[in-house]
Ligand binder design. Structure first.
Ligand SMILES: Nc1ncnc2c1ncn2[C@@H]1O[C@H](COP(=O)(O)OP(=O)(O)OP(=O)(O)O)[C@@H](O)[C@H]1O
Ligand SMILES: [Mg+2]
Length: 252
Protein backbone atom coordinates (compact mmCIF):
# COMPACT_ATOMS: atom_id res chain seq x y z
CA UNK A 1 0.00 0.00 0.00
CA UNK A 2 1.40 3.36 -1.02
CA UNK A 3 -0.25 5.31 1.81
CA UNK A 4 -0.06 4.30 5.45
CA UNK A 5 -3.75 5.18 5.84
CA UNK A 6 -6.64 5.40 3.40
CA UNK A 7 -10.12 6.36 4.59
CA UNK A 8 -12.93 6.32 2.04
CA UNK A 9 -16.47 7.58 2.53
CA UNK A 10 -16.45 6.83 6.22
CA UNK A 11 -19.70 7.29 8.12
CA UNK A 12 -19.86 6.60 11.87
CA UNK A 13 -23.00 6.34 13.95
CA UNK A 14 -23.71 6.18 17.68
CA UNK A 15 -26.71 4.60 19.25
CA UNK A 16 -28.58 7.28 21.15
CA UNK A 17 -29.07 6.27 24.74
CA UNK A 18 -32.52 7.05 26.08
CA UNK A 19 -34.22 6.84 22.71
CA UNK A 20 -36.65 4.02 22.30
CA UNK A 21 -36.56 3.95 18.51
CA UNK A 22 -33.54 2.65 16.65
CA UNK A 23 -32.46 6.09 15.46
CA UNK A 24 -28.70 6.38 15.27
CA UNK A 25 -26.77 9.62 15.69
CA UNK A 26 -24.83 10.13 12.48
CA UNK A 27 -21.50 11.59 13.66
CA UNK A 28 -19.06 11.36 10.73
CA UNK A 29 -20.27 12.10 7.21
CA UNK A 30 -18.48 10.71 4.15
CA UNK A 31 -15.00 11.31 5.51
CA UNK A 32 -12.28 10.59 2.92
CA UNK A 33 -8.55 11.24 3.16
CA UNK A 34 -5.14 9.58 2.83
CA UNK A 35 -1.96 9.82 4.86
CA UNK A 36 1.50 9.48 3.41
CA UNK A 37 4.17 7.57 5.27
CA UNK A 38 6.12 9.77 7.63
CA UNK A 39 3.78 12.74 7.41
CA UNK A 40 2.15 14.68 10.22
CA UNK A 41 -1.48 15.35 9.35
CA UNK A 42 -3.47 17.79 11.48
CA UNK A 43 -7.16 17.40 12.29
CA UNK A 44 -8.81 20.57 13.55
CA UNK A 45 -12.38 21.29 14.56
CA UNK A 46 -14.60 22.47 17.38
CA UNK A 47 -15.43 20.36 20.40
CA UNK A 48 -17.88 17.58 19.55
CA UNK A 49 -17.33 17.68 15.78
CA UNK A 50 -16.10 14.07 15.69
CA UNK A 51 -12.30 14.14 15.94
CA UNK A 52 -11.94 11.46 18.61
CA UNK A 53 -14.65 9.44 16.89
CA UNK A 54 -12.51 9.41 13.74
CA UNK A 55 -9.43 8.42 15.78
CA UNK A 56 -11.29 5.53 17.35
CA UNK A 57 -12.66 4.40 14.00
CA UNK A 58 -9.12 4.26 12.58
CA UNK A 59 -8.04 2.13 15.53
CA UNK A 60 -10.96 -0.26 14.98
CA UNK A 61 -12.86 0.89 18.07
CA UNK A 62 -16.13 1.90 16.39
CA UNK A 63 -18.78 -0.73 15.87
CA UNK A 64 -21.24 1.18 13.72
CA UNK A 65 -19.69 2.50 10.57
CA UNK A 66 -19.73 2.14 6.82
CA UNK A 67 -17.14 3.03 4.24
CA UNK A 68 -13.58 1.75 4.30
CA UNK A 69 -10.52 2.26 6.51
CA UNK A 70 -7.23 0.75 5.46
CA UNK A 71 -4.34 1.19 7.88
CA UNK A 72 -0.99 -0.35 6.96
CA UNK A 73 0.43 -0.63 10.47
CA UNK A 74 0.21 -3.65 12.75
CA UNK A 75 0.39 -1.83 16.08
CA UNK A 76 -0.97 1.71 15.85
CA UNK A 77 -0.65 3.75 19.04
CA UNK A 78 -2.57 6.64 20.58
CA UNK A 79 -1.51 9.42 22.94
CA UNK A 80 -4.38 11.10 24.78
CA UNK A 81 -5.02 14.61 26.06
CA UNK A 82 -4.33 13.54 29.61
CA UNK A 83 -2.62 10.18 29.52
CA UNK A 84 -3.39 9.59 33.20
CA UNK A 85 -6.24 7.28 32.26
CA UNK A 86 -4.08 5.16 29.96
CA UNK A 87 -1.28 4.69 32.51
CA UNK A 88 -2.01 1.99 35.09
CA UNK A 89 -2.15 3.90 38.41
CA UNK A 90 -1.21 0.81 40.44
CA UNK A 91 2.10 0.21 38.64
CA UNK A 92 5.38 2.05 38.65
CA UNK A 93 6.56 3.74 35.44
CA UNK A 94 9.34 1.17 34.93
CA UNK A 95 6.81 -1.66 34.90
CA UNK A 96 4.44 0.27 32.63
CA UNK A 97 7.13 0.95 30.04
CA UNK A 98 8.47 -2.61 30.09
CA UNK A 99 5.02 -4.13 29.70
CA UNK A 100 4.70 -3.93 25.89
CA UNK A 101 8.21 -5.35 25.53
CA UNK A 102 7.16 -8.40 27.53
CA UNK A 103 4.54 -9.16 24.93
CA UNK A 104 6.12 -11.23 22.25
CA UNK A 105 4.44 -9.61 19.25
CA UNK A 106 6.06 -6.26 20.04
CA UNK A 107 9.38 -7.62 21.25
CA UNK A 108 10.04 -10.02 18.41
CA UNK A 109 10.89 -8.75 15.01
CA UNK A 110 11.76 -11.20 12.27
CA UNK A 111 14.33 -13.66 13.57
CA UNK A 112 14.62 -11.85 16.89
CA UNK A 113 14.41 -13.73 20.18
CA UNK A 114 12.19 -12.67 23.08
CA UNK A 115 13.85 -9.81 24.95
CA UNK A 116 15.66 -10.63 28.17
CA UNK A 117 15.04 -8.56 31.29
CA UNK A 118 18.33 -6.70 30.73
CA UNK A 119 17.42 -5.92 27.13
CA UNK A 120 14.03 -4.59 28.17
CA UNK A 121 15.57 -2.39 30.83
CA UNK A 122 18.12 -1.02 28.41
CA UNK A 123 15.44 -0.23 25.78
CA UNK A 124 13.32 1.54 28.39
CA UNK A 125 16.29 3.55 29.70
CA UNK A 126 17.28 4.55 26.18
CA UNK A 127 13.73 5.69 25.39
CA UNK A 128 13.51 7.67 28.64
CA UNK A 129 16.63 9.51 27.50
CA UNK A 130 15.02 10.22 24.13
CA UNK A 131 11.94 11.76 25.75
CA UNK A 132 14.11 13.77 28.13
CA UNK A 133 13.39 12.03 31.42
CA UNK A 134 15.75 10.75 34.09
CA UNK A 135 15.66 6.98 34.60
CA UNK A 136 14.72 7.66 38.24
CA UNK A 137 11.09 8.18 37.08
CA UNK A 138 10.88 4.40 36.72
CA UNK A 139 10.50 4.18 40.50
CA UNK A 140 7.50 6.51 40.55
CA UNK A 141 3.78 5.92 40.13
CA UNK A 142 1.92 7.93 37.43
CA UNK A 143 0.21 10.04 40.13
CA UNK A 144 3.61 11.23 41.33
CA UNK A 145 4.50 12.84 38.00
CA UNK A 146 3.53 16.19 36.48
CA UNK A 147 1.22 16.37 33.44
CA UNK A 148 4.18 17.09 31.16
CA UNK A 149 6.16 14.17 32.56
CA UNK A 150 3.17 11.85 32.16
CA UNK A 151 2.79 12.96 28.55
CA UNK A 152 6.47 12.15 27.93
CA UNK A 153 5.88 8.70 29.45
CA UNK A 154 2.85 8.14 27.20
CA UNK A 155 4.93 9.10 24.15
CA UNK A 156 7.77 6.81 25.28
CA UNK A 157 5.30 3.95 25.78
CA UNK A 158 3.90 4.42 22.26
CA UNK A 159 7.35 4.53 20.67
CA UNK A 160 8.61 1.49 22.60
CA UNK A 161 6.08 -0.54 20.63
CA UNK A 162 8.07 0.17 17.45
CA UNK A 163 4.99 1.67 15.90
CA UNK A 164 4.93 3.45 12.55
CA UNK A 165 1.59 5.19 13.13
CA UNK A 166 0.58 7.36 16.05
CA UNK A 167 -2.62 9.27 16.79
CA UNK A 168 -2.04 12.18 19.14
CA UNK A 169 -5.46 13.31 20.39
CA UNK A 170 -5.01 16.83 21.77
CA UNK A 171 -1.74 15.74 23.40
CA UNK A 172 -0.84 19.18 24.74
CA UNK A 173 -4.24 20.75 25.50
CA UNK A 174 -4.03 19.97 29.21
CA UNK A 175 -0.55 21.45 29.61
CA UNK A 176 0.61 25.00 30.21
CA UNK A 177 2.14 26.91 27.32
CA UNK A 178 5.84 26.35 28.05
CA UNK A 179 5.36 22.62 28.62
CA UNK A 180 3.17 22.52 25.48
CA UNK A 181 5.99 23.81 23.35
CA UNK A 182 8.48 21.36 24.90
CA UNK A 183 6.21 18.42 24.12
CA UNK A 184 5.58 19.67 20.56
CA UNK A 185 9.31 19.97 19.95
CA UNK A 186 9.83 16.52 21.41
CA UNK A 187 7.13 14.96 19.20
CA UNK A 188 8.58 16.63 16.11
CA UNK A 189 12.11 15.48 16.90
CA UNK A 190 10.99 11.90 17.55
CA UNK A 191 8.79 11.92 14.44
CA UNK A 192 11.84 12.84 12.35
CA UNK A 193 14.09 10.34 14.11
CA UNK A 194 11.68 7.40 13.85
CA UNK A 195 9.95 8.43 10.61
CA UNK A 196 6.53 7.69 12.07
CA UNK A 197 3.27 9.06 10.65
CA UNK A 198 1.22 11.11 13.10
CA UNK A 199 -2.45 12.07 12.98
CA UNK A 200 -2.33 15.16 15.17
CA UNK A 201 -5.68 16.22 16.63
CA UNK A 202 -5.95 19.72 18.00
CA UNK A 203 -8.16 22.76 18.23
CA UNK A 204 -5.11 25.02 18.31
CA UNK A 205 -4.26 26.27 14.81
CA UNK A 206 -0.92 27.66 15.96
CA UNK A 207 0.23 24.30 17.29
CA UNK A 208 -0.97 22.64 14.08
CA UNK A 209 1.09 25.14 12.08
CA UNK A 210 4.21 24.12 14.01
CA UNK A 211 3.57 20.38 13.85
CA UNK A 212 1.87 19.48 10.61
CA UNK A 213 2.57 19.12 6.90
CA UNK A 214 -1.09 19.04 5.94
CA UNK A 215 -4.30 19.76 7.79
CA UNK A 216 -7.98 18.79 7.62
CA UNK A 217 -10.66 21.14 8.92
CA UNK A 218 -13.71 19.37 10.33
CA UNK A 219 -17.11 20.78 11.24
CA UNK A 220 -20.05 18.69 12.44
CA UNK A 221 -18.49 15.47 11.19
CA UNK A 222 -17.71 16.79 7.71
CA UNK A 223 -14.23 17.54 6.39
CA UNK A 224 -14.67 21.01 4.94
CA UNK A 225 -11.23 21.25 3.41
CA UNK A 226 -7.83 19.57 3.49
CA UNK A 227 -4.44 20.45 2.10
CA UNK A 228 -0.99 21.85 2.84
CA UNK A 229 -1.00 23.91 6.04
CA UNK A 230 0.46 26.97 4.27
CA UNK A 231 -2.11 26.83 1.48
CA UNK A 232 -5.08 26.49 3.82
CA UNK A 233 -3.87 29.14 6.25
CA UNK A 234 -3.15 31.62 3.47
CA UNK A 235 -6.16 30.87 1.35
CA UNK A 236 -8.97 29.28 3.39
CA UNK A 237 -11.88 28.10 1.25
CA UNK A 238 -14.54 27.81 3.92
CA UNK A 239 -16.00 30.52 6.16
CA UNK A 240 -15.52 28.21 9.11
CA UNK A 241 -11.76 27.94 8.50
CA UNK A 242 -11.57 31.71 8.15
CA UNK A 243 -13.37 32.04 11.48
CA UNK A 244 -10.96 29.64 13.18
CA UNK A 245 -7.98 31.56 11.78
CA UNK A 246 -9.41 34.86 12.94
CA UNK A 247 -10.15 33.49 16.39
CA UNK A 248 -6.54 32.30 16.63
CA UNK A 249 -5.33 35.73 15.50
CA UNK A 250 -3.77 34.29 12.38
CA UNK A 251 -4.44 36.55 9.42
CA UNK A 252 -4.94 34.83 6.07
N1 LIG B 1 -19.57 6.66 22.97
C1 LIG B 1 -20.42 7.56 22.49
N2 LIG B 1 -21.77 7.32 22.49
C2 LIG B 1 -22.64 8.22 21.98
N3 LIG B 1 -22.28 9.41 21.46
C3 LIG B 1 -20.97 9.71 21.45
C4 LIG B 1 -19.98 8.81 21.96
N4 LIG B 1 -18.74 9.39 21.81
C5 LIG B 1 -18.98 10.58 21.23
N5 LIG B 1 -20.29 10.78 21.01
C6 LIG B 1 -20.89 11.98 20.36
O1 LIG B 1 -20.31 12.11 19.07
C7 LIG B 1 -20.01 13.46 18.78
C8 LIG B 1 -18.53 13.62 18.47
O2 LIG B 1 -17.79 13.34 19.64
P1 LIG B 1 -16.19 13.31 19.64
O3 LIG B 1 -15.74 12.84 20.97
O4 LIG B 1 -15.72 12.55 18.46
O5 LIG B 1 -15.85 14.88 19.45
P2 LIG B 1 -14.44 15.61 19.45
O6 LIG B 1 -14.35 16.37 18.17
O7 LIG B 1 -13.36 14.67 19.77
O8 LIG B 1 -14.64 16.68 20.64
P3 LIG B 1 -13.56 17.27 21.70
O9 LIG B 1 -12.77 18.32 20.98
O10 LIG B 1 -14.42 17.87 22.77
O11 LIG B 1 -12.71 16.14 22.20
C9 LIG B 1 -20.50 14.27 19.98
O12 LIG B 1 -21.79 14.74 19.69
C10 LIG B 1 -20.54 13.24 21.09
O13 LIG B 1 -21.52 13.58 22.03
MG1 LIG C 1 -11.99 14.51 21.37
Amino acid sequence: MEHILEVDNLNVYYKNKGRKDDALQHVLHDVSFCMNRGEVLGLVGESGCGKTTLAKAILGMQKRFDGSIRLDCANPQMVFQDPYGSLNPAKKIGWILEEPLRMTNFAMKKGEKKLSHEQRVSRVDEMLGKVGLDIKVKEHYPSELSGGQRQRIAIAAALLCDTTFLIADEPVSALDVTIQSQIIKLLLRLQREFGISILFISHDLRVVYQMCDRVMIMQKGVILEQGAVDAIYQNPKSDYTRLLLEAANISA
